[in-house]
Design a binder for this molecule. Structure first.
Ligand code: 5AD
Ligand code: SF4
Length: 440
């Protein structure tokens, strides 16, 4: 029986893929360990979205090398987006690796395990499958026994938008919409296993289209919204071009939908948006947001922003800053542009000076933090429903969880509420990072 160490970098798509790999290995009778020294097989599921992600992956591979050196029969598999992107240089940079599998090659995983001596004829174990290892950056996330409350379910794979800065279409391939019946049965399965919150996943969920039945994303949402036992539903991520009023109307009908929408803008400058090939103008984006705000008041709008994209001028940047300062987004993920070899933007000129990118990043972050703090403060005096994650990492005397808006919420730990999936918390304090209160 083989023992596996599995570590995941990157986005939720990768977490979902790791889940799938772990499930396949489990069905072949493998067990899991969080100690690489104990492992027969080491798997690192990698990310290539920005240079920083790559650096962290290579750093981790360097740390794992001694385990292979001291026990050469240990097999090392590098999976994920960096395995795909660096296919030809990975073996040079990390020669101790035994195999590479890109995100579109996981159908070869079982065969690989078989090649490595894992028997294929064992019956699946009698114990329930649970996701073995923590994510790379669990943040405030609690211990593993709570992770089954939240489940990730893919509805699309790949992306064919080809935004000029992005590596994903190259690593994950063209768009594919999954069968609605399969999606629904996976959700049923997750609920049976205890999931309270389902996140529908796709690089661009709005372009979901099931050709045989003509089902759109809005229709899929309505169908999923009726599933019994589904207490919280959310989805990631949307492309503004395909995000239409039909989706907003569907969201307005769903009782269990979390009040948050992630709609990556990237930049508020039309010339930068055009250079990025984002396929919308800032006015078109704001028009969609206006309808969303009208139909879904008090939802949180979250976004992604890139500063220092090639050709971005001070004026372009100030347009993005002004939009952020106006409180357009409750939360935002802000990134300094990172050139990805093979993408059009990497060779575009002029590139923005790295120090200037960092300055713009800091200015924008400061502005957004202020908006975030004000939004969090608006919950003081209210009671929010929190999905428990477990004892807080920073202070085990407190519990931590997520509100429907996805704010981190902490409250004093007590035996009465400790094992509940949902806790209502009366908020009495707000911070930039989240909310604090007491269980009611
Ligand atoms: N540099 C910086 N940020 C990037 N993103 C994607 N590619 C890059 C890049 N090359 C950001 C975008 C996207 C988020 C997932 O990552 O904002 O929405
Ligand atoms: Fe996810 Fe993109 Fe990183 Fe791949 S490159 S793991 S799709 S964030």
């Amino acid at each position: 029986m083989a023992s596996i160490y599995l570590q995941t970098f990157g986005c939720q798509m990768n977490t979902a893929d790791s889940n799938g790999l772990a499930h396949q290995a489990w069905s072949m009778g493998c067990t899991f360990t969080d100690d690489p020294a104990q492992a027969d097989i080491i798997i690192v599921n990698t990310c290539a979205i920005r240079e920083k992600a790559e650096t962290r992956v290579y750093g981790r591979l360097g740390q794992l090398k001694p385990f292979k050196d001291s026990k050469p029969e240990t097999k090392v598999l590098v999976a994920g987006c960096l395995a795909e992107k660096d296919r030809n240089v990975m073996r040079q940079k990390a020669p101790f690796i035994d195999a590479l599998l890109g995100p579109r090659e996981y159908n070869r995983f079982k065969q690989l395990l078989a090649d490595w001596g894992v028997p294929t004829d064992l019956a699946p174990p009698e114990t329930e499958f649970t996701m073995p290892s923590p994510e790379d950056d669990p943040g405030h996330d609690g211990p593993a026994q709570f992770s089954h409350l939240r489940a990730l379910v893919n509805i699309t794979r790949g992306c064919e938008k080809f935004c000029t800065y992005c590596i994903v279409p190259y690593t994950r391939g063209p768009l594919e919409s999954l069968d609605p019946d399969d999606i629904e049965s996976q959700i049923h399965r997750e609920i049976r296993c205890g999931a309270k919150e389902i996140t529908l996943l796709g690089q661009n969920v709005n372009s979901y289209y099931h050709a045989p039945t003509g089902l759109t994303f809005a229709q899929l949402l309505r169908r999923i919204g009726r599933i019994e036992g589904l207490e919280r539903l959310t989805f990631l991520t949307s492309h503004p071009k395909d995000f239409g009023p039909d989706v907003v109307d569907a969201l307005a009908e769903l009782p269990n939908i979390s009040p948050r929408l992630h709609l990556p803008l990237q930049s508020a400058s039309d010339s930068v948006l055009k250079a990025m090939a984002r396929l919308y103008t800032i006015d078109e984006y704001l028009e969609k947001v206006a309808y969303f705000r009208e139909r879904l008041p008090r939802w949180a709008l979250t976004t992604d922003l890139i500063v220092g994209y090639p050709t971005e001028t001070e004026e372009d940047f100030l347009a993005t800053l002004a939009l952020v300062e106006r409180g357009t987004f409750e939360y935002a993920f802000i990134f300094a542009y990172s050139p990805r070899a093979g993408t059009p933007a990497a060779t575009m000129s002029p590139q923005v000076d790295p120090a200037e990118k960092i300055r713009r990043l800091q200015v924008l972050n400061t502005a957004q933090n202020e908006v975030m703090r004000r939004f969090n403060e608006s919950f003081i005096g209210e009671t929010v429903r929190v999905l428990t994650q477990g004892p807080s990492k920073k202070d085990p005397a407190r519990m931590a969880g997520k509100s429907g808006h996805n704010a981190t919420v902490i409250w004093p730990r007590d035996p009465a509420t400790e094992h509940r999936a949902f806790v209502d918390v009366a908020v009495d304090q707000a911070f930039q990072w989240g909310l604090a209160g007491t269980a009611v």
